[in-house]
Design a protein around this ligand. Structure first.
Ligand code: NAD
Length: 356
C-alpha cells in the first residue's frame, strides 16, 4: 500500500459474526437462517462438544460426524460426503479448530453447502475463503468464496478447555497473520488497523491465559485478537513467514502452531529494516521499542511455556540446507528480497533459538 497517498484496494467477503460469552445459545436461531438439516462436524477428541451442539440444535440436527483429522485428507472428505448424502444434509456446522473447519470447507467445495463455524482455537480458518486438502501426502490450498463460513459464533467459554501451551502457540499462530498483514503487498488502512489491534489484544491476553486458562476476560481478548487476525488473513497476502512455515510443515512434518511460534520472531527480524511502518505499528501494539519487536514477540512464547527453537520441536540440523533450498523456490512477495544464504542463516538461528 502507498500509505502516503492513500492509494489502495479494499476487498472483503461478507460473513456474520456473533461474539461473546454464552453466545453458543444463539446457535439454533442462527442455524435456522441457513438450513433445516444440519450435520455437525468435530474431531474425535471433541465428540462431546459435537454432541452438545447437536442437542442444542434439536430437530434441526440430522447427524454428527466427529471424525475430522489434521490436514484434511481427501479420504475424510469422501467419508463425510457419504454421510451428507445419506442424511440429505443442507447445512454444515463445524465445531472445533482449523482441522474441523477444514473438513467442512472440503465438503462445501464439493457440495456448495453453507457452513456455520464455532471455532475453539485461535487458528482463524473460520474467517477465510482459503481451503486446504491433503492427497497422496501433498497439501493443496486454494481460495473459493463457497468455503467461507456464512456465520461464525465466537464463544470464549468454548476455548477455556484449550490447554495453556496450545493456547500460546495457537495465539502466536494467529498473531503471525496480523504481523504479515502489516507489511503485505496489498495492505490497506483498514486491514492495518485491524492487524495492529489484533496484535495488541493477543499480546495483552496470552500471558493471562497461560497463568489462568479459565480467565474469561483474557479468553475474550485473545479470541477477539484471533478474529481480527483471521479477518486480515482473508483480505491480504502473506509473506516470508508463511512460506517458511509451509515449507517446514509440508516438507518436514513440523507441527503447525508450534512452528509458527518459533519462526515468527525470526521472520520479523528478517523483514525489520524493510518494513518500518509495520514495525512501528507492532511496537505500538506490544508497547516496546521498534528495535525490540522480534525479541518482544519471542518473549511471549519464552515466558509462557511456548517453544523458541526448531531443535526442541524435533527438527534435524542436517535438514537446514534442504529447508533453505525449498523455502527460496517460488518465493511469495516479501518486503526484503528472499535470498538463499540469508534464509539459511535465519533457519539456523531459529534452529538454535538464538536471540533475535
Ligand atoms: P486443530 O483443529 O488440528 O486442533 C488441534 C487439536 O486440539 C485437535 O485435537 C482438536 O480437537 C483440539 N482442540 C481444538 N479446540 C480445543 C479446545 N477448545 N479444547 C481442547 N481441545 C481442543 O488445530 P488448529 O491449530 O485449530 O488448526 C490447524 C489447521 O488449520 C492447520 O491444518 C492449518 O493449515 C489450518 N488453518 C487453515 C486456515 C485457513 O484459512 N484455511 C487458517 C488457519 C489454519
Amino acid at each position: 500500500m502507498n500509505q502516503d497517498s492513500f492509494d489502495f484496494t479494499y476487498s472483503a467477503l461478507p460473513s456474520r459474526v456473533l461474539f461473546g460469552n454464552g453466545r453458543l445459545s444463539s446457535l439454533p436461531h442462527e442455524a435456522a437462517q441457513l438450513g433445516s438439516r444440519a450435520l455437525v462436524l468435530a474431531t474425535p477428541y471433541q465428540a462431546d462438544l459435537a454432541n452438545q451442539v447437536a442437542e442444542l440444535l434439536g430437530d434441526l440436527c440430522v447427524g454428527v460426524h466427529a471424525k475430522a483429522v489434521q490436514h484434511v485428507p481427501y479420504s475424510t472428505i469422501e467419508e463425510a460426503m457419504g454421510m451428507v448424502t445419506a442424511i440429505s444434509a443442507d447445512l454444515l456446522i463445524a465445531a472445533g479448530g482449523g482441522s474441523t473447519i477444514g473438513l467442512a470447507k472440503g465438503i462445501a467445495l464439493e457440495t456448495n453447502l453453507p457452513i456455520l463455524a464455532i471455532p475453539t482455537t485461535y487458528a482463524g480458518s473460520e474467517m477465510t475463503h482459503i481451503w486446504g486438502i491433503s492427497r497422496d501426502g501433498r497439501k493443496t490450498t486454494g481460495r473459493n468464496p463457497v468455503v467461507k463460513p456464512k456465520t461464525v459464533i465466537y464463544d470464549p467459554e468454548l476455548i477455556i478447555s484449550l490447554p495453556p501451551t496450545l493456547s500460546i502457540t495457537s495465539g502466536i499462530n494467529a498473531m503471525a497473520h496480523a504481523v504479515e498483514a502489516l507489511y503485505a503487498e496489498n495492505a490497506n488502512p483498514i486491514s492495518s488497523m485491524m492487524a495492529e489491534e489484533s496484535i495488541r489484544s493477543l499480546a495483552a491476553g496470552l500471558p493471562l491465559v497461560a497463568q489462568a486458562p479459565n480467565n474469561l476476560d483474557a479468553r475474550s481478548s485473545t479470541l477477539y485478537g484471533a478474529w481480527l487476525a483471521a479477518t486480515v488473513l482473508d483480505q491480504v497476502g502473506m509473506a516470508l513467514h508463511h512460506k517458511l512455515c509451509h515449507t517446514l510443515g509440508g516438507s518436514f512434518g513440523m507441527p503447525h502452531a508450534e512452528t509458527h511460534t518459533v519462526i515468527l520472531p525470526y521472520a520479523t527480524a528478517y523483514n525489520h529494516s524493510q518494513a518500518p511502518q509495520a514495525m512501528t505499528a507492532i511496537s505500538r501494539a506490544l508497547s516496546c521499542d521498534v528495535a525490540d519487536v522480534p525479541n518482544a514477540i519471542q518473549t511471549i512464547s519464552r515466558n509462557n511455556g511456548g517453544p523458541v527453537s526448531l531443535k526442541e520441536l524435533g527438527f534435524r540440523a542436517e535438514d537446514l540446507d534442504k529447508a533453505a533450498d525449498i523455502a527460496t523456490q517460488n518465493p511469495y512477495y516479501n518486503p526484503r528480497p528472499v535470498l538463499r544464504d540469508d534464509i539459511r542463516e535465519l533457519l539456523k538461528n531459529a534452529y538454535h533459538g538464538h536471540p533475535c
